[in-house]
Ligand binder design. Structure first.
Ligand code: NCD
Ligand code: ZN
Length: 364
C-alpha cells in the first residue's frame, strides 16, 4: 500500500537553539514536512519581534534567521510565535503585526513545562491590552492549556487534571473576554478539551500530537517508558477515544497536525525527567498508525482523505497559507528508527524509546 500526500505542515514543533538545530530541521525535512511553526521556548526565549539576539532573548527576526541558516530556508512556511512574558506590550503586537514578522503568540503556563519559567499567568492576560491587540490584528494565540501551580492530587487524578481544569475554568473566560481572538488549543489530550474545541467558534482550532492519539497513561507507567513523558501528559482511554474521533470525523476543519516534537539530549535524571517526546523523522508514520488504530482505512480514498485533511490541509487553512503543491510518499512497510546523532548528543525518537515498530515507511 502506497500513500501519496501533499507535503504536510507541523504547526507545533521545537527546533531549539545551538549546534543541534540543523539535525532537528533535517529530520523534519526528511519526513515530507513542508513547513513548521517553531516554538519560542528556546534558551533564551523568543521574546521580541525584531533586532539582534540579546542575552535575555531572541527576536522573531533573529531566531528565524538562525533557523533558516540551519536548513529551514527551504520550508514553504516558517512561523515563530512570540513568547508572551511580563515584558510583552500591546505596542509590540501592533508593530509586529504591521511588520509582518508577528503571526502568532504563545502562552506558557508559568513553570508548567520545559522552559516555561518566563510565562505570564492566563488570568493576568485575559481582558488585557496585549490580547486585545492580538484580537484586533488577527494574531493567532497558541495556548498550552494547563492550569499551573496545582498540587500533586489536583495536577492529575481520575476525575480531573491540569488540562480539564484549564478548559473548564480559564478557556470559557478567555473566549468571553476576546470573542474574535484566533486561538489554537495546542496539543490537546483530553475529552474535555476536544469537546471544548468542537463547541467553540470556527476560529478556535487545535493541534494533536501522534503520542496522544496512540498512547495512554498506562503505556507510560507500565515499565516507566520515560521517552513518552511529555506535557501535557498522555491521558486515559476515554480521552484518547475522543481525540481519535475528533481527527477522523469526515470534513472536520478544526484539528490539525502539531507534533510537539521536543528533542532532549538528556531525558531521565536522578531528580526527574525532561518533558518532551521526539518524533522527528517519524511523525507522519505515527499519525498514519494512529489513524488506522482509530478505524480509518488508509487503503481507501475516504480514509486517505481523513489523514490528508488533518496532516496537510487544515493547518494551512487555519493559519491562512496555501497547502503544499509538492508531494511525499509513505508505504505500508516496517521502518527501523535509530537514535538521531547531533553535535549536542544523541536524541531518542519515540519509537526507539517505546521499543515499537513503525508499520509505515517514508519513501525517499
Ligand atoms: C516541550 C519542550 O520540551 O520544549 N515539552 C513537552 O513536553 N511538550 C514544551 C511544551 O510544548 O510543553
Ligand atoms: Zn511544545
Amino acid at each position: 500500500m502506497l500513500l501519496t500526500l501533499p507535503k504536510w505542515f507541523d504547526l507545533h514543533t521545537h527546533f531549539r537553539q545551538g549546534p543541534a538545530m540543523p539535525a532537528y530541521v533535517k529530520a523534519h525535512r526528511d519526513m515530507g514536512c513542508a513547513g513548521a511553526l517553531a516554538m519560542p521556548n528556546t534558551q533564551p526565549p523568543v521574546s521580541r519581534i525584531s533586532g539582534a539576539a540579546q542575552s535575555d532573548g531572541w527576536s522573531i527576526e533573529s531566531y528565524s534567521a538562525e533557523l533558516r541558516a540551519a536548513g529551514a530556508g527551504d520550508f514553504e512556511q516558517l512561523i515563530v510565535p512570540l513568547y508572551l512574558t511580563r515584558q510583552t506590550t500591546a505596542a509590540m503586537i501592533r508593530e509586529g503585526a504591521a511588520s509582518g514578522l508577528l503571526r502568532a503568540c504563545k502562552y506558557y503556563p508559568p513553570h508548567g513545562t520545559t522552559n516555561a519559567e518566563h510565562g505570564m499567568p492566563m488570568d493576568d492576560l485575559i481582558g488585557g491590552d496585549v490580547l486585545r491587540a492580538m484580537e484586533e490584528h488577527g494574531i493567532v494565540f497558541c495556548i498550552h492549556g494547563e492550569q499551573h501551580a496545582l498540587s500533586g492530587p489536583d495536577y492529575i487524578d481520575a476525575q480531573q487534571n491540569a488540562e480539564t481544569r484549564f478548559y473548564t475554568e480559564r478557556m470559557p473566560r478567555l473566549l468571553a473576554a476576546h470573542p474574535k481572538l484566533r486561538i489554537v488549543c495546542e496539543h490537546i489530550t483530553t475529552r474535555t478539551a476536544a469537546e471544548f474545541v468542537a463547541a467553540a467558534p470556527e476560529h478556535v482550532g487545535a493541534t494533536i500530537t501522534p503520542q496522544h492519539l496512540l498512547y495512554t497513561l498506562g503505556h507510560l507507567i507500565q515499565g516507566l517508558k520515560y521517552h513518552l513523558y511529555c506535557l501535557p501528559i498522555v491521558k486515559f482511554q476515554d480521552d484518547r477515544a475522543a481525540l481519535r474521533q475528533a481527527v477522523t470525523k469526515a470534513g472536520q476543519k478544526k484539528y490539525f497536525a502539531g507534533t510537539d516534537s521536543a528533542p532532549h539530549t538528556t531525558k531521565a535524571t536522578a531528580c526527574g525527567c525532561a518533558a518532551g517526546c521526539f518524533t522527528g523523522g517519524c511523525a507522519p508514520q505515527l499519525y498514519a498508525m494512529a489513524f488506522e488504530e482509530a478505524g480509518a482505512d488508509l487503503g481507501s480514498t475516504e480514509g486517505q482523505a481523513l489523514l490528508e485533511n488533518f496532516l496537510c490541509l487544515n493547518g494551512p487553512a487555519f493559519y491562512g497559507f496555501p497547502a503544499s503543491e509538492k508531494k511525499f510518499q509513505m508505504e505500508k512497510a516496517a521502518q527501523q528508527m535509530t537514535l538521531l546523532e547531533t553535535p549536542a548528543g544523541p536524541v531518542t525518537p519515540l519509537p526507539v524509546g517505546m521499543g515499537m515498530e513503525l508499520t509505515w515507511r517514508m519513501v525517499e
